[in-house]
Design a protein around this ligand. Structure first.
Ligand code: C2E
Ligand code: CA
Ligand code: CA
Length: 495
């Protein structure tokens, strides 16, 4: 109910109750006072009592009005779901802080992969997670009464911390991160989700509220690029980066329609014979006459959700090329495609993948889906089920960039995967004794679990020999071939 309506309601009640009381008084006061001797004193007492009663009634109604007004005011400034200050209230407080020239830090807190929780477990679970997160922030031991904890939008929170040193801010953030390592509960299931924090300082970074908010958000976006909970303080160059991202995101929206996306294929080699056994599809984007690296635009596609369409395109295009390539090369090959986390967590990912293969008439056993360690580690139950379903359909599964994430060997045993791809950073420093020992362990682990092992990023003959000695099944890298366009691939490998 709005404040205006409440006022009208209560005023109406005052008038009615007052009228009824006066009428009753008029009708019955004489009966009440019949035993009193008539006269001026009695008349006076009567009017005093009437005035006192009216005043009491009025007071009672005023009190009601005040509390209703307070409730409404609170509601106007409170976020319905979490009870924290809401967006408009935060904006007011921020302006107040600035006009009072109070020194403060503004922290933009973004919950990583919240969308996935909503997609996977539904909105009610999402809400429950938000409530748990906001309670943790509100009750943090370092929050003081003069600080502000607010919900900005969806899974984004803003905290204003007054008069703190950088060290104190670092301690606070460390504490928020250790809180976030404690699992959240969703209907009996436990999930751990990392947090990204961007921070700005008033007046150091800006004296304008809207800029402070934007800069903190840009810093949080930067923090989100790192694995795990991360804090990034705002620096000016981050704004230039954000503008570039915006430019790429705009371009990416039309890239598919404008035929700006295409695939390259990089050969995968059997270590012993050095014959080609497979190809990895790697996407390329030509925009405004220059190639933009997937390392730069894939994260943007993931963030904006465009990766879902792009992922379908990569799979469909790969499938379409399979019969052409195999005919020219005159050999049966495996075809690897990269699957990003955002794609994999879509509810209909498996159904759509299946559909694309049926549509292009390709058997799933020809496709290796490359997923990264970070996908596996987050929602392991869901991932194991999905991978099993994919495997039952005939797909092969590879763990990409192995060794760079947090793979736990315990999970490796549970996961229905066929192949481990050792990350190129290991290959490239395999001359180092310690790195060689790590690679050796990964390879023997793979052998014990009956998994195929491929080493990526092989660039020279020393690496080839070393990996051969360690009994690595397959190799991939510039030493054998760079990723090639279909035309060049067919020329290079024509039989
Ligand atoms: P990735 O899956 O680890 O792919 C291997 C990357 O290493 C490719 O970079 C490849 O060109 C490069 N590479 C191969 N051999 C060598 C070598 O000997 N030395 C060096 N220095 N590099 C080598 P690219 O094509 O730039 O792709 C980068 C990343 O972008 C990929 O890493 C993958 O994570 C992602 N990506 C590429 N295409 C797709 C795609 O279609 N979908 C998704 N989701 N991600 C993709
Ligand atoms: Ca890959
Ligand atoms: Ca890789």
């Amino acid at each position: 109910m709005s404040l205006k309506k409440t006022y009208r309601n209560i005023s109406f009640r005052i008038v009615i109750i007052y009228a009824v009381t006066s009428l009753l008084w008029f009708l019955f006061s004489d009966t009440l006072f019949q035993y009193f001797p008539d006269g001026n004193t009695t008349a006076d007492i009567k009017s005093y009592i009437f005035i006192a009663l009216s005043a009491l009634l009025l007071l009672y109604l005023m009190k009601q009005l005040w509390s209703a007004q307070n409730d409404l005011l609170l509601k106007e400034y409170e976020d319905d779901l979490t009870g924290l200050q809401n967006r408009s209230s935060l904006q007011t407080t921020l302006s107040d802080f600035i006009s009072n020239k109070e020194k403060f830090h503004l922290l933009f807190i973004d919950f990583d992969r919240f969308k996935m929780i909503n997609d996977l477990y539904g909105h009610e679970s999402g809400d429950s997670v938000l409530i748990q997160v906001s309670n943790r922030l509100r009750t943090n031991q370092y929050i003081k009464p003069q600080d502000v904890v607010a919900r900005w939008v969806a899974d984004e929170f803003i905290i204003l911390l007054k008069n703190r040193t950088d060290d104190e801010i670092a301690i606070f953030i460390d504490d928020v991160f250790s809180d976030s390592a404690v699992p959240l509960q969703i209907y009996g299931k436990e999930i751990i989700n990392s947090i990204s924090i961007g921070s700005v300082q008033y007046p150091h970074d800006s004296t304008v509220a809207s800029e402070l908010l934007r800069f903190a958000e840009i810093a949080a976006e930067e923090a989100k690029k790192s694995v795990g909970s991360t804090h990034v303080p705002y620096r000016k160059h981050l704004s230039d980066l954000a503008n570039r991202e915006l430019y790429l995101e705009e371009g990416l929206k039309d890239a598919l329609e404008n035929n700006e996306l295409l695939l390259n294929f990089q050969p995968q080699i059997l270590t012993n014979t050095q014959e080609i056994i497979g190809l990895e599809s790697l996407i390329r984007w030509k925009h405004d006459d220059q190639f933009i690296s997937p390392g730069e635009f894939i994260p943007i596609a993931e963030k904006s959700g465009l990766i879902i369409k792009i992922g379908d395109f990569v799979l469909r295009e790969t499938c379409k090329q399979i019969p052409i390539i195999e005919e020219v090369i005159n050999k049966e090959l495996l075809f690897s495609v990269n699957v990003s986390a955002r794609q994999f967590y879509q509810m209909d990912y498996i159904a759509r993948t299946k559909e694309i293969l049926e549509e292009t008439n390709i058997h799933p056993s020809k496709i290796v889906l490359e997923i990264t360690e970070s996908i596996i580690m987050e929602y392991t139950d869901f991932v194991i089920e999905s991978l099993q379903e994919l495997k039952d359909l005939g797909f092969q599964i590879a763990i990409d960039d192995f060794g760079t994430g947090y793979s736990s060997f315990k999970y490796l045993e549970l996961l229905p995967v066929n192949m481990i791809k050792i990350d190129q950073s290991f290959t490239q420093s395999i001359h180092n004794v310690r790195t060689k020992a790590i690679v050796q362990s990964i390879i023997s682990l793979g052998h014990n679990l009956k998994l195929k092992i491929l080493a990526e990023g092989v660039e020279n003959v020393l690496q080839v020999n070393c990996l051969k000695e360690l009994d690595c099944h397959y190799l991939q890298g510039y030493f054998f071939s760079k990723p090639l366009s279909v035309e060049n691939l067919l020329i290079e490998y024509k039989k």
